[in-house]
Design a protein around this ligand. Structure first.
Ligand SMILES: [Zn+2]
Ligand SMILES: [Zn+2]
Length: 949
């Protein structure tokens, strides 16, 4: 075994081991009939993605689960991949070509798409490299891209199946339109923010009495150019007499009617509202119902069009100003009031969304949602934390049809063709060179609506009129229309690839598995999906619908939703706030293990994470602690270096004097996972073994319930406070004792294994040195129930309590470490008396005692100061140690100092301003620190008193 260097260096270690894992193909998974499958599909990062803290958290959680199940001997597959991210990627490439002074239209569709692929080749695997830095143990050979040939075929297949089922339709509807990206967006892609706006009160004169008006209130006065009615509630007494009357729409001088509809809110504005059917979703419904005219006043880029008369070509925001000016001049602007409104913004470019009337493609969601609600209601799919179940069901209950067409170029083009021969009226679609679509399935094309052919391949001629004048729809599909197939399309559904079947040609003797299983059969449904809350509707819900529709089975059993990573003040991390912590900087400075451990240890299930850079010191310090402890243990293993040698060592070293015969007899190092019998071990070895297995039990339970922080903290406390602070400290003087040798080695070795999913690099580094193999495939330790002894744990705690109290007394009196002292104990029970008797040497050694006396009465001996632990009184004899009056003066001084500090803290805590601003975590910490101070003060006061008497 090589000696461990004196300092742990993550930089040298991490890249080295990642390369080793990859070179040895240790993350590969394939169907194995002898094993249970465990599978996670990665939420595919965008091809434009750059690793941020949200990814770091999301992928650390997945990696912990995958490594844990891999060690539990389950066939564990983490399926990686990348999303083509339609709008986002198109934006990036558009920006890149803008530097050359080019617009995508200058290049044309084909050349532009070639540029996107070129960009993808160059930069598209950035995030994969970054995920590797983090330690992600994905089966990289399987990496999928949502624009891959086979994946694209799955997308087309799904479109066609849904169309044939009548679940996809084309129609004119008000959709969310981004004037900058110039595409439709789904409801989920329109992010709503509150805005401070105004409510404008406009006067519309009556045609027959131009001096009288109806006043309407609106937040968007520029849309008045598209008004085709004014609506009032039929119950509104103020307006009853005006229903059916005609108004003159100012500026455009169009005649519009006053209509009545119960949809109108009498409380809003004046109770009379303008109706703009082409520019507002509610007005759209009114327009349909009352057969109003639809006047579109806007170009797709947000400028006003020819229907806006003299305002044509003005931008929508500029038009508002001019229109308000003109109305004011005509005396038609009654008043303006400030008004808070909620408006949708493009989730990609943050431009204010325009409700826009246009011809788009939609998926009918209600029929898909029904079974997807059922599987959550009946518990086939479980959400962690549970509260998301309600959020999910509520959204599904109110689901709207999904607008899936996008007016961009980068993405899966709709498998929709138009026959010019059949199309009587002109359409918005123009002829275009047909993309070559390779396809396996050649079922007949479908043609229902006039001139529309939906087909897997470009039809040679129209099935109806035999015309060959056919062209493809220009639009591409919403990116999520490919991501929702992720759990099965990544396995080459519906056309299983030959290689996915070849490597699963296995059978077992049981005969159950004589037929080769495909990867899809074996790994689907996957085990768990780990994701962020913001994509529950975008992605999680839709995957459930797609899984049930196309695989007739759920896509995953568990959904774990983690929180959002925020800064320490609770703000979202963003470029504009300048509060981003870059995970790659942290990896560089502290190491990936430190990043992972720190992040996980503060991530309570489903709650947001409040992060500061200092947080990562905890992980780094822990890595150093592990390193130093491992170094200490291995340096003191003598003369053996591996477990196997150690066993041999026990067999040949029988002559060791202080090695008791019964222990020798019971030393049985059985196969993997078994310790020696514990009845002959001393209390400390039995205690650490019991604590180890208790901790292991906790870790298992927490990992199985997605309580990662609790698992991490259990590991941390066990190793730092129990193994290092107590165990190694206690055995140090007798470290060469064979029982100590074996136990310290076994505990370290097994601890490394259960720590591995959290800190994969450092555990590999140490493991390779002590075992000479990779820890990634080492078995997860079994819980040895017989080793868990709560009574021993309790007894050890009592002894540690005594030791701690004596140490406290020593330090309160500032007794020098080398100074030996006398201590008397009075246990109130016989059991404690025995316990102390049996472990007096331990207490003496660890507290530097000259003498430890057991008292027979509970009278405090003269010249002692006291402490209590459980039912044991502790007395430290101080006579001759120091000048009593000087000591008293010192304590008095300390007391007044502490009183001041405590007072100041309390004042702060009682300040309502502080309470309002401070995060709950800080307040709790303050309270704790005050309680601690008060305890110290009490102790010192007692000591002060005792010094006198
Ligand atoms: Zn946009
Ligand atoms: Zn035709």
């Amino acid at each position: 075994m090589d000696e461990l260097s004196s300092r742990y260096n993550p930089k040298e270690t991490e890249d080295k081991w990642y390369k080793f894992w990859e070179d040895n193909n240790l993350f590969a998974a394939k169907p194995n009939p002898a094993k249970i499958p465990f599978c996670i599909v990665i939420p595919p990062p965008n091809v434009t993605g750059i690793l941020h803290m949200g990814h770091a958290l999301n992928n650390t959680i997945q990696d912990i689960l995958i490594r844990y199940h891999r060690m539990k001997n389950e066939e564990s597959l983490w399926m990686p991949g990348i999303d083509h991210a339609g709008i986002a990627t198109q934006n990036v490439v558009e920006k890149a070509i803008a530097k050359e002074g080019l617009k995508r239209q200058d290049l044309g569709r084909e050349k532009f798409i070639a540029r996107v692929w070129q960009w993808k080749e160059q930069y598209g695997s950035t995030i994969i490299h970054q995920l590797k830095k983090l330690g992600a143990s994905c089966d990289w050979q399987r990496t999928r891209f949502t624009m891959d040939e086979e994946y694209s075929q799955a997308v087309i297949e799904v479109f066609i199946r849904l169309y044939e089922k009548g679940l996809i339709y084309q129609g004119n509807y008000i959709i969310n339109w981004c004037p900058r990206c110039q595409t439709a967006l789904s409801d989920e892609e329109a992010v709503h923010h509150e805005l401070q706006g105004n409510l404008y009160y406009l006067k519309y004169p009556f045609r027959d009495s131009p001096d009288e008006y109806v006043v309407v209130a609106t937040t968007r006065p520029e849309t008045m150019l598209g008004d085709t009615a004014v609506a009032v509630n039929p119950k509104d007494k103020r307006y009853k007499k005006f229903i059916g009357k005609t108004l003159i729409l100012p500026l455009v001088n169009r005649e519009i009617k006053i209509i009545a509809d119960s949809m109108v809110d009498m409380q809003f504005g004046t109770g009379a509202v303008k109706v703009t059917p082409a520019h507002d979703p509610n007005d759209y419904l009114l327009g349909k119902k009352h057969h109003l005219e639809f006047v579109n006043i806007m170009y797709p880029d947000g400028r006003l069009n020819e229907n806006a008369g003299s305002y044509r070509d003005k931008d929508r925001f500029q038009a508002r100003e001019v229109i308000l000016e003109d109305l004011k001049e005509k005396g038609l602007l009654e008043k303006v009031e400030p008004h808070l409104l909620s408006a949708g913004h493009c989730y990609r470019c943050h431009t204010l969304i325009e409700p826009y009337l246009s011809k788009q493609w939609f998926v009918r969601m209600k029929p898909l949602a029904k079974p997807a609600m059922e599987v959550v209601k009946n518990g086939k799919i479980k959400f962690y934390p549970k509260r998301w179940t309600k959020v999910y069901l509520n959204w599904m209950e109110n689901i709207q049809d999904w607008c899936i067409s996008r007016q961009i170029w980068w993405g899966h083009r709709l498998p929709v063709y138009y026959c010019r021969g059949c199309l009587k009226e002109s359409t918005v679609h123009s002829p275009q060179s047909i993309d070559k679509i390779k396809t396996v399935d050649r079922r007949p094309s479908t043609m229902d609506q006039k001139g529309i052919i939906v087909s897997r391949i470009k039809p040679g001629k129209c099935p109806k009129c035999s015309s060959t004048d056919i062209y493809q729809d220009e639009d591409v599909l919403d990116t999520w229309f490919s991501s929702w197939l992720w759990p099965f399309a990544t396995f080459y559904w519906p056309f299983l690839s030959p290689q996915s079947i070849v490597h699963s040609q296995q059978s077992v003797d049981s005969g159950q598995w004589t037929v080769a299983k495909s990867d899809l059969d074996y790994f689907y449904p996957t085990s768990v999906l780990v994701t962020a809350p913001e994509i529950i509707f975008f992605w999680v819900a839709r995957m459930i619908m797609a899984g049930l529709e196309f695989m007739q089975d759920i896509p995953f059993r568990d959904v774990y939703i983690h929180g959002t990573v925020r800064d320490i003040e609770g703000k979202k991390m963003s470029k504009s706030l300048g509060n981003i912590i870059d995970p790659l900087d942290i990896i560089n400075e502290y190491g990936a293990d430190a990043l992972r451990f720190s992040l996980i240890s503060i991530t309570a299930q489903g709650q947001d994470v409040f992060l500061s850079k200092e947080r990562f010191q905890q992980g780094r310090n822990f890595a150093n602690k592990i390193w130093n402890a491992a170094r200490f243990v291995t340096m003191n293993l003598e003369p053996v270096s591996t477990k196997k040698d150690l066993c041999e060592f026990f067999m040949v070293q029988e002559s060791i004097k202080h090695f008791p015969i019964p222990l020798r007899k019971s030393l049985k190092v059985i196969a993997e996972g078994d310790f020696l019998e514990n009845k002959d071990l001393d209390i400390i070895n039995r205690w650490i073994l019991s604590r180890f297995y208790s901790s292991l039990k906790e870790v298992n339970k927490n990992l199985d319930n997605y309580k990662f922080n609790e698992a991490a903290n259990t590991l941390y406390n066990f190793f730092w406070h129990e193994f290092c602070d107590w165990y190694l400290e206690i055995i140090k003087p007798e470290i060469k004792h064979p029982a100590n040798q074996l136990v310290m080695f076994e505990v370290l070795e097994k601890f490394l294994r259960i720590l591995h999913p959290f800190m994969p690099f450092i555990t590999e580094e140490i493991w390779q040195r002590i075992q000479g193999t990779s820890i990634t495939l080492a078995p997860w330790p079994h819980i040895q129930e017989q080793m868990i002894d709560k009574k021993i744990e309790k007894q050890a705690e009592s002894i540690f309590g005594i030791i701690t109290q004596i140490r406290n007394l020593r330090s309160s009196l500032e007794i020098k470490p080398e100074q030996k002292v006398k201590v008397s104990l009075y246990p109130h029970s016989k059991t404690k008396q025995n316990l102390i008797n049996e472990n007096s040497r331990l207490i003496i050694n660890l507290t530097k005692l000259e003498e430890l006396k057991l008292l027979t009465s509970n009278q405090r001996p003269k010249a002692t100061i006291s402490a209590i632990v459980e039912d044991i009184d502790i007395y430290l004899h101080f006579s001759g140690l120091f000048d009593i009056s000087a000591e008293q003066a010192k304590i008095k001084e300390k007391l007044s100092e502490l009183a001041k500090v405590s007072q100041a803290k309390e004042t702060r805590l009682n300040n309502p301003e502080f309470l309002k601003k401070a995060p709950a975590e800080i307040v709790a910490k303050e309270k704790e620190s005050i309680a601690e101070l008060k305890n110290t003060i009490k102790r010192l006061e007692r000591m002060h008193h005792e010094l006198l008497h």
